[in-house]
Design a protein around this ligand. Sequence first.
Ligand SMILES: Nc1ncnc2c1ncn2[C@@H]1O[C@H](COP(=O)(O)OS(=O)(=O)O)[C@@H](OP(=O)(O)O)[C@H]1O
Ligand SMILES: Nc1ncnc2c1ncn2[C@@H]1O[C@H](COP(=O)(O)OP(=O)(O)O)[C@@H](O)[C@H]1O
Length: 406
Amino acid sequence: MADLEWTPGERELADLELLLSGVFAPLTGFMGAADVVSVEETGRLADGTPWPDPITLEVPDDHPVTAGQELVLRDPEGAGVATLTVTERDHGLVAGPVTSLGAPEHGPFARLRLTPDQIKDQAGAPLLAVTMRGPLDDLDEITATARELDATILLLPLAYGEKGPAVVRAALKARDRLPAGTLLAAVPLAPREPEIDLELREHVATAYGAEEHIAAPEPVTLPGPPHRRGVVVFFTGLSGSGKSTVARGLRDALLEDGTRTLSYLDGDEVRRLLSSGLTFTKQDRDLNIRRIGFVASEVARHGGLAICAPIAPYAATRAEVRHMVEGVGADFLLVHISTPLEECERRDRKGLYAKARAGLIPEFTGVSDPYETPDDADLAIDTTGVPVGQAVDRVLALLRSGGWLR
Ligand SMILES: Nc1ncnc2c1ncn2[C@@H]1O[C@H](COP(=O)(O)OS(=O)(=O)O)[C@@H](OP(=O)(O)O)[C@H]1O
Ligand SMILES: Nc1ncnc2c1ncn2[C@@H]1O[C@H](COP(=O)(O)OP(=O)(O)O)[C@@H](O)[C@H]1O
């Protein structure tokens, strides 16, 4: 029988690494219901040990794993990271101890992910741990404290997610300016609410054997100015509403302006290449939109401006794309081309509405398939009787008003 397997989310994988490396000791695995309830109500595990936050693993309701089985946990690249011996399955939660599969470590600064045991081998006592989520601005204070305690400094950059590598780079830079012998271990601790984060940072410092801990203050991060930030302009609307026409007009105007790097994800091209073979069932439409959202967010991640113009009939899927884009530190603008069905049908540019009415095209949006009108659009344009240039100008005005275009 094939192994039961699951690929946890990014945060769960980070927790898993901390469970495996002993940073989350005394925890040895993902928590079951009794511990979760106890932690939430009392800040302690069921056995009374203080612990600030539930460390849990979720699988979908229809995942076949049950108590008594082994579940192989894989990273997104498919490498086995650990085996979970499932002691409890409670709806979506699976609990039990984890054992490392010794998978090759990869990812930026993987060589700096030293475990508490590896650090304890190098360190002379006592240790002063400094947990950090950004550049340190007061190295003198850290040096003075270390001197006072006659302690070795251990920098613990909390390297999680997009900003992770920058935090490790900041720690490496700081180490060059701190006393010789300063140690460093990158720790993938995902951020939580400030108080819980602080308690977990204390746990991390203790796990590394530190007697003293400085939680370096969160640096103030100012997002880049909007004209340099990535942005996705996502058109949605019925077939024939004017999405492609306005999107192409926007693309041309931005190319003429020349100040933004641009990717235009043409609807037809997407269906021909990226989503070739997909149909118009809800499942395939959702997959199509997720793929478009993924590509657009990759463009935006690097500061580009992506224009997409699919029908995208489902609100939840559009929201997923918004979330994906915002998750890479970029902005998402939803432009609803709200031209009513009657006008789209009157235009019937491709003769599809006539065919849909005649029952020749099943599941046709607006005729025999739903279109969920957005209530979160940043701009709505009904193109009925409106010249194309005017519709394009309204989108350009939106981009200028938010500073995405200067
Ligand atoms: N059943 C059905 N429903 C809606 N549209 C259909 C259908 N079958 C084919 N077409 C043609 O496909 C275009 C829409 O594709 P999208 O990728 O934008 O759709 S979706 O966002 O995945 O729902 C759409 O193009 P546009 O007119 O440019 O919107 C149609 O020409
Ligand atoms: N203001 C307008 N904006 C966009 N399209 C318009 C406008 N006025 C008329 N149209 C016409 O409506 C049709 C819209 O088709 P298209 O852009 O392919 O729509 P969609 O991509 O939403 O299916 C085109 O024939 C276009 O010339």
